[in-house]
Design a protein around this ligand. Structure first.
Ligand SMILES: Cc1cc2nc3c(=O)[nH]c(=O)nc-3n(C[C@H](O)[C@H](O)[C@H](O)COP(=O)(O)OP(=O)(O)OC[C@H]3O[C@@H](n4cnc5c(N)ncnc54)[C@H](O)[C@@H]3O)c2cc1C
Length: 465
């Protein structure tokens, strides 16, 4: 079928081969959306291919670009945190993900959390209305020819994954990730919970989180039930890609462990982990809680809360039975149960250079979780780099490497240089920044110095773009 390209009105073949110089971006998630915006803002004609809603992934539910599949938090806003620093760098670079997140945020202490529906809808509208962006709802099954960015994320469709595998000549890595449950606000017993943010951080005078305090007895009973609860067999989520390295049941990404897996690591593992009662004790009268489950507002209407750190693979009736043991959640209505999903990424260091350009095909770029970046903002940041460099490629300008003293640059450096034996998805953190020499011993002082250097360098670097 031959149709006209919506932007340049040239004749195109199956909407894949437009005759104008065009940048094709495959995947309209966090990375693909940011890449499209950055390139379009530089005058590039962008065709953004997204397979939803015709073909959904195991975790997405809507047709919106940039849908957040699990937590509604994009991470900390504070410069003293790796994600917070990344956020500030990205704001300097005109990030559309940061801009839309700011417009749709909900109260969440020091974190940048958004109303997920509003966020994704607003992002979709903004990109749809950009004169240089054409959104094409179509699954891409083979790597397109011509200037392309692949940003199809951890749930890349199986046909494209096979094409990527053939191109890369390496096995896909393969592991599992998990989603936390969502609860209806009006089903929470507020007489048993209290409001508060750890260490008083946040915007609301009373604290941004709903906290469910547990006594020692309640906590032990909860853990006892949790560790023996029935789980969904992982086999049913393995998907169609069987050729890659299947890390197998029991192999999880440490940053997103299911709550039952943490519980199995020790009776007090949760009380020292996501349920730690620290920073909240002053807000409770009488005996301090032994553990605290935190609930974070998930939408602007304040009707839905998510269970912080409660990614899980329990079968749904077990989630209902066991999570209702938590004080305040005895009658909890689950708007969405926790789930586990396939999560695919490529071994990036042999695939791409620091400009996120394929090592063996100069007009092909990669971005997002597919290349082993973790976290919503980190993935958007990689889209930003790929979008800028793809635009420069088309303008015949020299491609840029962001300095490794910035969080954006450090992430790109990690995914293009990490050691084969230790390659795991990496989120923004101070450990990947080029160190300051001589080393500052005090941790907070060191972080402050690294953050200041990073922002200053990004301001200077921005002048070169
Ligand atoms: C179950 C689960 C839970 C997660 N929870 C969190 C969390 O709480 N916090 C966090 O920071 N990160 C989380 N992640 C990681 C999260 O996916 C990334 O942080 C982020 O969404 C990745 O951005 P991306 O743009 O690379 O991929 P995505 O946001 O997934 O976007 C990729 C897009 O490509 C589309 N696509 C796929 N294949 C094709 C194709 N062949 N043709 C056209 N379109 C295609 C998909 O439909 C999708 O819209 C989770 C991941 C999973 C799988």
């Amino acid at each position: 079928m031959r149709v006209l390209c919506n932007i340049c009105t040239n004749s195109i073949d199956d909407k894949i081969f437009c005759m104008q110089p065009v940048l094709r971006i495959v995947g309209g998630g966090l990375a693909g959306s940011e890449a499209a915006w950055q390139a379009a803002e530089r005058g590039i004609h962008v065709q953004l291919y997204e397979m939803r809603p015709a073909k959904q992934t195991e975790a997405h539910h809507t047709e919106f670009l940039g849908e957040l599949v699990c937590s509604n938090s994009l991470g900390s806003k504070l410069k003293s945190n790796g994600t917070g620093l990344l956020y500030q760098e990205m704001e300097l670079l005109n990030s559309i993900i940061c801009r839309v997140a700011d417009r749709t945020c909900v109260p969440a202490g020091a974190a940048l959390a958004v109303d997920r529906q509003l966020f994704a809808r607003e992002l979709t509208n903004t990109l749809s209305n950009h004169p240089n962006i054409e959104i094409i709802r179509q699954e891409i099954s083979v790597i397109p020819s011509g200037l392309t960015i692949i940003a199809t994320g951890p749930l890349t469709s199986s046909s494209l994954a096979k094409s990527l595998q053939a191109f890369h000549g390496e096995s896909n890595l393969f592991f599992f990730d998990a989603i936390a449950p969502l609860i209806a606000e009006d089903s929470i017993d507020h007489s048993l919970t209290f409001r508060g943010s750890r260490y008083g951080k946040g915007n609301s005078p009373n604290g941004d989180y709903l906290n469910c305090p547990m006594t020692r007895e309640q906590y032990y009973r909860f853990v006892e039930e949790l560790v023996k609860a029935k789980q969904i067999p992982l086999k049913s989520f393995e998907g169609e890609i069987q050729t890659g390295v299947d890390a197998g049941p029991g192999h999880f990404f440490e940053g997103c462990l299911p709550v039952e897996e943490i519980a199995r690591r020790g009776l007090n593992a949760l009380a020292f982990g996501p349920l730690r009662p620290v920073g909240l004790r002053k807000m409770v009268e009488g005996t301090p809680p032994y553990a605290v489950v935190q609930l974070r507002q998930d939408n602007l209407h304040n009707t839905i809360y998510n269970m912080v750190g409660f990614q899980t693979n329990l079968i749904f009736p077990e989630q209902q039975r066991i999570f209702r043991l938590i004080p305040g959640l005895e009658k909890a209505e689950f708007v969405h149960y926790g789930q586990m999903h396939r999560n695919t990424f490529l071994f990036a260091p042999t695939l791409i250079n620091q400009r996120l350009q394929a090592r063996n095909r100069k007009d092909l770029f990669f971005a997002g979780q597919l290349i082993g970046i973790e976290g919503y903002l980190g993935n958007a940041a990689s889209g930003l780099v790929a979008g800028i460099n793809a635009a420069r490629f088309l303008h015949n300008e020299q491609l840029v490497e962001f300095p490794t003293s910035t969080m954006v640059g450090a992430l790109c450096h990690y995914v293009s240089h990490a050691d084969r034996d230790f390659f795991q998805p990496m989120k923004a953190n101070f450990g990947i920044l080029a160190p300051i020499i001589p080393k500052i011993r005090e941790k907070q002082e060191r972080k402050a110095a690294l953050a200041e250097r990073s922002i200053n360098e990004m301001k200077m670097f921005k002048g070169l773009l």
